[in-house]
Design a protein around this ligand. Structure first.
Ligand code: ATP
Length: 342
């Protein structure tokens, strides 16, 4: 494969990094395909930002290899400075230069003077802010600042874009709006993007694939649907969605027994310990399997917590129109396509 075919590809091998003798990244292997958007998802402090910063060249790992577009940017003997890696980065807080106009902020990384004005105008148009060029950052809303930060990161025409929780400082409505906009922009751009978040919805909406990180390690890398349906363990199952996990005893002919009866298994696994059933795979009807303890109403649907006769507490998602109430006697049946074994 020649270098052009690798444009935008990011390959990380055996990457380790520690701060003050505490390991923050441990033997990270990751390959991000060209034009792919990869979400890096994990709880606070698991090392997501550190991984992004090492790719950008803002942190020096102790060990490993990083190549961008087929070119080694970090190894035992090589460390290419951040500005030469052809990587654009957008941070949590936009980090615009306050004393510069919006146009100057965006134009900061463009070297060619002749085409600079035209390019800045194109980028302002692209992020939906035409006519904002002469304004100063403090006159912009949080969402507008993030769009300018994105335009500034794109200005030098990087082959890879790194986004570090770019929506985390926005209120929840704006966050969803900007997320949709950025999703559309990234789809149109066809640029390789690594997007850090601790929000599962965001990771699923934006990522073609999601890499789940825990305590400095990558635990699972899969498309959102596979991650949700077949998480590698109970921790991942719970991190990417609501989960009922029952202890696994045995399965006979791909059917296993659970507190809500016999359930088909999605795929046979080696030595499983748990059975995963998502709340939307359960249906509630009148009956005497258990009693409703709590109803959480979300508008689009509701989550119902049911105490079964054997004491197990389970979660079932019901349509918002269902009039299930605390104290109701109910039956629970499985309506999914097969449970994952963990
Ligand atoms: P968050 O979602 O909260 O931003 P994160 O997953 O991005 O978290 P990192 O910011 O990469 O996590 O931090 C991982 C660990 O490394 C944390 O324990 C953090 O305190 C530590 N750490 C990060 N940067 C430094 C530094 N410059 N010096 C010392 N420790 C650091």
């Amino acid at each position: 494969m020649n270098e052009d075919n690798k444009l935008g590809e990011v390959v990380i091998e055996g990457l380790s990094k520690s701060f003050d003798q505490i390991t923050v990244l441990e033997e990270i292997d990751l390959k991000v395909k060209r034009t792919e958007t990869l979400s890096l998802l994990g709880p606070s402090g698991c090392g997501k930002t550190t991984l992004l910063r090492t790719i950008a060249g803002l942190e020096q790992p102790e060990k490993g290899h990083i190549s961008v577009s087929g070119r080694v940017v970090f190894s035992e003997t090589i460390s290419v400075p951040p500005e030469k890696r052809k990587i654009g980065m957008v941070f949590q807080d936009a980090a615009l230069f306050p004393h510069m106009s919006i146009s100057e902020n965006i134009g900061y990384g463009i070297r060619k003077k002749i085409s600079k004005e035209k390019k800045v105008a194109e980028l302002l148009e692209f992020v939906g802010l035409p006519g904002f060029g002469d304004r100063r950052p403090h006159t912009l809303s949080g969402g507008q600042k993030q769009r300018v930060a994105l335009a500034r990161a794109l200005a030098p025409e990087p082959s890879v874009l790194l986004l570090d929780e770019p929506f985390s400082n926005l209120d929840s409505t704006l966050r969803v709006e900007i997320r949709s906009e950025v999703n559309q922009l990234l789809t149109n751009l066809e640029i390789t993007t690594i997007f850090v978040t601790h929000d599962q919805d965001e990771a699923f909406v934006l990522g073609n694939r999601v890499a789940v990180m825990r305590e400095g390690r990558l635990i699972q890398i899969d498309p959102p649907h596979d991650l949700y349906r077949q998480p590698v363990d109970g921790w991942v199952a719970g991190f990417v969605g609501d989960a009922n996990i029952f202890p696994f005893n045995k399965s006979v002919n791909s059917v296993c027994s659970t507190p809500i009866g016999e359930i088909p298994v999605l795929k046979v696994a080696d030595n499983p310990s748990g059975i995963l059933i998502r709340p939307e795979e359960l249906k509630i009807s009148e009956g005497n399997d258990g009693i409703v303890e709590i109803v959480e109403y979300y508008g689009h649907d509701a989550m119902v917590l049911i105490r079964l006769k054997d004491g197990t507490l389970i979660k079932a998602r019901t349509p918002a129109v269902s009039n299930c109430q605390r104290g109701d006697q109910v039956s629970v049946s499985y309506v999914g396509m097969g449970a994952a074994l963990l």
